[in-house]
Write a protein that binds this ligand. Structure first.
Ligand code: CAA
Length: 389
């Protein structure tokens, strides 16, 4: 399925030798180091600590960060190629990777101070520690401006109080980027983003979520009770926090779109192989038109999703407006992932419904791509607003 050259609306999708090398390295890593033990990690909801450590060593945790801060200095296209390959096998590991790369590292490198980059980014980019991005709250999911967590300005520090929900890397992260309301009267313009270190007094990790999919990633609520956060840990100017979150999520959505693409492509590849091995009514099931039509439709939709993902990544790399392209890529790729993984289970029949054939896990994993980093409904809202922008 790898396509070396694509042209769309004047955009040049030529993949370089470096791109293809990144793709191959990610594919090898996924097959050799993520596939073994994946069913057990999913069953036990066990964080892939060893595998995440290896991702750091191989440079997958800070791919787009400048080498000056320990990153790979790569472009967004390289990042989506790696995300796709890793997500074909293990969506739990790829969400850990995506949050660290596109929400935490990108946000810090783009908007953080030099001191913040030296102190935190250098560790996050190499995987010495991983980060969490804390926007969602019990009462603020899609309606993200409705922040209840408060960061009271106390002069040289903020006093942080509140609860964040469904936080990826919740327990395993060393730092959390926490969005909180400082001045309620200013609404979203009174929100700040603070870098909060794990271990700060009053910062506790709450309950671990028992999830439908991406079960090996650790998703927790985080609780903040009178946590004192130094002023120098605020990202950007006073009141920049909501803009920070929205801007960071624009790029994050490209990562999740690539994850969804990878889940769909992984399920498709397993289904294509299975269809050529399994026999029914005296021939390979691939030779039954009912199965051929499913695979043809899967291949077509996955290729369309891939074009949208590459387009969004390329626009970001070319410093063009990518807000709508990222939302379209995430919307379409996540819908394709849910549909294609369901078809994959159907093609596998009874085998598809049991764990060792992987596609049932992929079907469970696919669902979250329609929800996190903005639901499909929020993506439609973003796309519609941009239509009349
Ligand atoms: N990019 C940049 N800025 C944006 C933006 C975007 N995509 N969308 C909104 N903004 C800015 C607006 O310009 C506005 O700023 P100004 O007033 O200064 O111009 C400000 O943000 C508020 O925007 P709106 O008035 O449009 O706010 P709204 O409440 O009507 O809608 C929303 C905002 C688009 C619905 C937003 O709340 C949103 O995106 N919600 C979804 C939240 C989300 O994606 N959560 C994911 C959680 S993180 C996660 O899942 C990570 C993980 O662990 C995997």
């Amino acid at each position: 399925m790898a396509t070396a050259t694509l042209e769309l609306q004047g955009l040049n999708f030529n993949l370089s030798e470096e791109h293809l090398a990144v793709q191959e390295a990610a594919r090898d890593f996924a097959q050799n180091e993520l596939l073994p033990g994946i069913v057990e990690r999913d069953n036990e909801a066990r964080f892939p600590a060893e595998q995440v450590k290896r991702m750091g060593e191989l440079g997958f945790l800070g791919m787009m960060v400048s080498p000056e801060y320990g990153g790979g200095g790569m472009d967004t296209v390289s990042y989506v190629l790696a995300m796709e390959e890793i997500s074909k096998v293990d969506a739990s590991s790829s969400v850990i990777m995506s949050v660290n790369n596109s929400l935490v590292c990108w946000g810090l490198e783009t908007y953080g101070s030099e001191a913040q980059k030296q102190k935190y980014l250098t560790k996050l980019a190499t995987g010495e520690m991983i980060g969490a991005f804390c926007l969602s709250e019990p009462e603020a999911g899609s309606d993200a401006t409705s922040q209840q967590t408060t960061a009271e300005d106390k002069g040289d520090y903020y006093l942080l109080n509140g609860t964040k929900n469904w936080i990826t890397n919740g327990n395993s992260s060393g730092v959390a980027l926490v969005i909180a309301q400082t001045d309620r009267e200013k609404k979203h313009r009174g929100i700040n983003c603070l870098i909060v270190e794990k271990g700060s007094p009053g910062f506790t990790v709450g309950k671990k979520e028992d999830k439908m999919g991406i079960r090996a990633s650790d998703t927790h609520s985080l609780l903040f009770t009178d946590v004192q956060v130094p002023k120098e840990n605020r990202i950007g100017d006073d009141g920049f926090g909501f803009k920070f979150a929205m801007s960071t999520l624009n790029g994050g959505r490209i990562g999740i779109a690539a994850q969804a693409l990878g889940i769909a492509a992984g399920a498709y590849e397993l289904s294509l192989n299975y269809a050529q091995e399994r026999k029914a009514f005296g021939k390979q099931i691939f030779d039954h038109q009912a199965i051929q039509f499913k695979l043809a439709e899967m291949a077509t939709k996955i290729e369309a999703a891939r074009l949208l993902v590459y387009k969004a990544a390329r626009l970001k790399d070319e410093h063009k407006d990518y807000v709508q392209a990222a939302a379209m890529a995430k919307l379409y790729a996540s819908e394709v992932a849910m549909w294609a993984t369901t078809e994959a289970v159907q093609i596998h029949g009874g085998y598809g419904y049991v764990k060792e054939f992987h596609v049932e896990r992929m079907m469970r994993d696919a669902k979250i791509t329609q929800i996190y980093e903005g639901t499909s409904e929020i993506q439609k809202l973003v796309i519609a607003r941009e239509l009349v922008h």
